[in-house]
Design a protein around this ligand. Structure first.
Ligand SMILES: *[C@@H]1O[C@H](CO)[C@@H](O)[C@H](O)[C@H]1NC(C)=O
Ligand SMILES: *[C@@H]1O[C@H](CO)[C@@H](O)[C@H](O)[C@H]1NC(C)=O
Ligand SMILES: *[C@@H]1O[C@H](CO)[C@@H](O)[C@H](O)[C@H]1NC(C)=O
Length: 699
């Protein structure tokens, strides 16, 4: 009997190992109920001996009530020390504590008079039977919980003395795990059957419409690129109204000889550089020198020597430059004697840095080139970085807005608008960077600084992240698998970077919001699109097919102790995940951390289809077409349940997402080669050299 229990417990622990046991307060309820019934069924005496002296307590000095109080106080004390008081109020904490205390009390009493086995069996049963089947990412997991609770319950019944009346009534407890499981199966079936009702013939699904228009956009992007130097030169003048920088012809030859698919679309560089034309060459040099010498500026100064094509980067007190020097040398190292000498400041933090006041601010009468350096670590920065929204002209980039009917779901039809903070005041409480950034050393003023990513309102000059050429983030074919072998679900695993948690607001940081939704932690209302009688409408449902999401945190950090603990209890935290595990799923999610996500290129290059959510602009924005090379996801993620359902569970969706995976993969070796990063960086350096040319006047 003991061996049976141990085996069952072992099996249970194996299935359980993925889960956070401490979060299982709910499981106390069936445990306590089971114990009560169990004890009630036990005959008071067997062959004249006391079997379970629950009623007969003369051997105890203290009355039962006093002992319950002692255990309760003890349990509450431990709970407070271990988990901190729940901010949602004392009442839930108290009742939780009471439930725990009672269950401990009964457990202790039972174990004193029967055996430890029964206690473990009951504990296992209660944990297993209360696992929410609606939150399981795999069917195996959900079924195994039901099976384990069945066997463990069998053990408990078996352990009852034979004399006990109505032993088999305990089987009723099996309903605790069976009913939710059956309800879940029913809900999954129902969701599947809706597929047939969706967008039969009369209507195109918004995703399908977006994919169609993206194809046309891509064709025209490729065709309109200049085919010779004269055309490229004219196009530069047409776009920006100025002559291209010195060395542009050699740059064109370099780009053309390496089959750069993009020749004209480098607006990212122009938009970042042009505000600085307000300063003269001398002033640019001055402000760079000043800011680099400012205490705690956290900037690297790189000096690129054109003759030997080497960058030398230095910092006031650091020696490790996070591969910044390595990046420039790798990308430009072969261009001896071609590039000019140029100096530039590089931000090694993963967060953006620069806020450029519009002309009306900053005041020319204070003297140009002034800047302020502010430590905004762990503070909300939203108001600061959106301060100039009112005075900003709304510039438009390369993309035309798709006119696709989205039926009230926020499918991304225009990535630029989606990333524009000024149009989305709600982002102030939905992204960790703006709520509680980890370092955020803000530089206000006209200071040219290179960063890897920046939101729409900030003025960092964008360069390719060194992560993109680091070996850790390289894609290897050997670790990928064929589309047919991939699981038909969405995968993401990672840490809680993105914001520093020093209060309860972590629930609203972007990564936490995503994991909360995908793990179906607190079931909430989701939206789906349904077609009834030829009319498409957005409908609400509390159902989310958790089998379509394999999403978890693998590390909780960037938080104060209490809020780390809260998050660990809130989420289903995975112990560990293989870096390449993503390739085993058809859909792979990519989301901002503190800054840009370094793993993006690996996902683009893979045979899986990337879903991307970001507020950061990057150097590559103009060469990636949403709904063609990747699937954009809005910050609110309200469209995500419908999107994932459509791409995994409908025939058209499955076909289209496979094409996106293939198109992104095919585009990667054409537009994201190391030489493509070189071509961008080369052109950027020409512009930087012109900017700091001491002969250049302010304009
Ligand atoms: C360059 O290309 C443009 C159009 O792309 C064409 O009209 C022009 O003739 C070409 N010039 C030369 C010198 O080939
Ligand atoms: C910036 O501020 C944070 C929190 O206010 C503080 O912990 C940190 O030491 C500061 N950093 C510097 C370089 O002053
Ligand atoms: C720096 O801060 C001062 C005082 O708050 C302000 O007057 C000045 O305009 C700021 N300078 C810049 C470049 O933002």
């Amino acid at each position: 009997m003991a061996w049976g229990t141990i085996l069952a417990t072992l099996f249970a622990i194996l299935t359980l190992s993925n889960w956070d046991l401490r979060g299982s307060a709910l499981s106390i309820v069936p445990a306590a109920a089971l114990l009560v019934v169990y004890i009630a069924l036990i005959p008071k005496t067997i062959n004249g001996a006391h079997y379970l002296p629950l009623v007969n307590i003369e051997d105890d000095i203290f009355p039962l009530s006093l002992r319950v109080v002692v255990v309760l106080v003890f349990a509450l004390g431990i709970e407070t020390v271990a988990f901190g008081f729940s901010t949602s109020g004392i009442a839930p904490t108290f009742s939780l504590g009471l439930a725990k205390a009672l269950s401990w009390y009964f457990t202790i009493r039972t174990t004193r008079y029967t055996s430890w086995c029964i206690a473990t069996a009951m504990g296992t049963f209660s944990i297993m039977s209360t696992r929410d089947p609606f939150a399981q990412s795999s069917e195996v997991q959900a079924v195994s919980h039901v099976i384990v609770s069945f066997f463990v319950l069998g053990q408990v019944i078996h352990m009852l003395p034979r004399q006990a009346k109505a032993r088999s009534t305990l089987w009723v407890f099996f309903l605790v795990s069976l009913v939710p499981y059956l309800a879940n199966i029913f809900a999954l079936r129902t969701a599947q059957s809706f597929t047939s009702q969706r967008f039969g013939h009369s209507q195109e699904h918004p995703v399908e419409a977006l994919i169609h228009s993206a194809r046309a956009e891509f064709e025209s992007l490729l065709q309109k690129q200049s085919k010779n130097y004269t055309a490229a030169h004219d196009e530069y003048r047409r776009r920006y109204g100025v002559e291209p920088p010195l060395g542009f012809e050699a740059w064109y030859e370099f780009a053309a000889s390496h089959q750069s698919p993009i020749i004209d679309d480098f607006d990212t560089i122009y938009h970042a550089i042009s505000p600085f034309w307000k300063l003269s060459g001398d002033e640019v040099v001055e402000v760079m020198r000043h800011v680099q010498n400012a205490p705690n500026s956290e900037l690297w100064l790189c000096a690129f020597d054109g003759d030997i094509a080497k960058a030398h980067c230095s910092h006031s007190h650091r020696t490790f430059d996070r591969n910044i020097g390595f990046l420039f040398n790798k990308l430009l190292g072969d261009l001896h004697g071609i590039l000019p000498d140029v100096k530039f400041l590089v931000n090694h933090l993963d967060e953006p840095r620069v806020l450029i006041p519009p002309e009306s601010f900053g005041g020319d009468h204070h003297g140009k080139g002034l800047f302020n350096l502010t430590n905004m670590s762990n503070r909300p920065v939203w108001d600061t970085i959106t301060r100039f929204c009112a005075s900003r002209r709304s510039g438009r980039g390369a993309w035309t807005k798709h006119t696709v009917q989205t039926f009230g779901l926020p499918f991304v039809t225009d990535p630029l608008a989606t990333m524009d903070l000024c149009r989305h005041p709600e982002y102030s409480t939905t992204h960790g960077l703006v709520m509680s950034p980890t370092s955020f050393r803000l530089v206000e003023g006209l200071v040219p600084i290179l960063s890897t990513g920046s939101p729409s309102t900030m003025g960092d000059i964008l360069f390719p992240s060194p992560a993109y050429i680091e070996s850790e983030f390289q894609y290897t074919d050997a670790h990928d698998i064929a589309w047919e072998s991939k699981q038909n679900n969405l995968y993401w695993a990672g840490s809680t970077t993105g914001g520093f948690a020093s209060d309860d607001q972590w629930r609203y940081y972007h990564r936490q919001r995503f994991v909360k939704l995908a793990q179906n932690v607190k079931r909430r209302q989701h939206y789906y699109l349904r077609e009834r009688g030829g009319v498409v409408a957005r409908v609400r449902s509390s159902f989310l097919n958790s089998r379509l999401f394999d999403v978890a945190f693998t590390r909780i950090f960037q938080c104060e102790r209490k809020f780390c603990r809260d998050q660990r209890a809130f989420f289903n935290v995975k112990a560990w995940a293989d870096k390449d595990r993503a390739f085993r799923s058809r859909l792979v999610f990519d989301i901002d951390g503190n800054g840009i996500s370094g793993r993006y290129y690996k996902l683009l290059a893979s045979k899986s289809a990337p879903l991307k959510q970001t507020i950061f602009r990057e150097w590559h924005d103009e060469r990636l077409i949403p709904w063609l090379h990747y699937i954009p996801v809005s910050q609110s993620m309200e469209e995500l349940p419908e999107l994932v359902f459509y791409l995994t569970s409908t025939e058209t969706g499955q076909r289209m997402v496979r094409e996106i995976a293939e198109q992104g993969r095919a585009w990667f070796p054409k537009a994201f080669r190391e030489i493509d990063l070189s071509i961008y960086t080369y052109r950027l350096l020409l512009e930087l050299a012109r900017l700091q040319d001491r002969k250049r006047q302010a304009s």
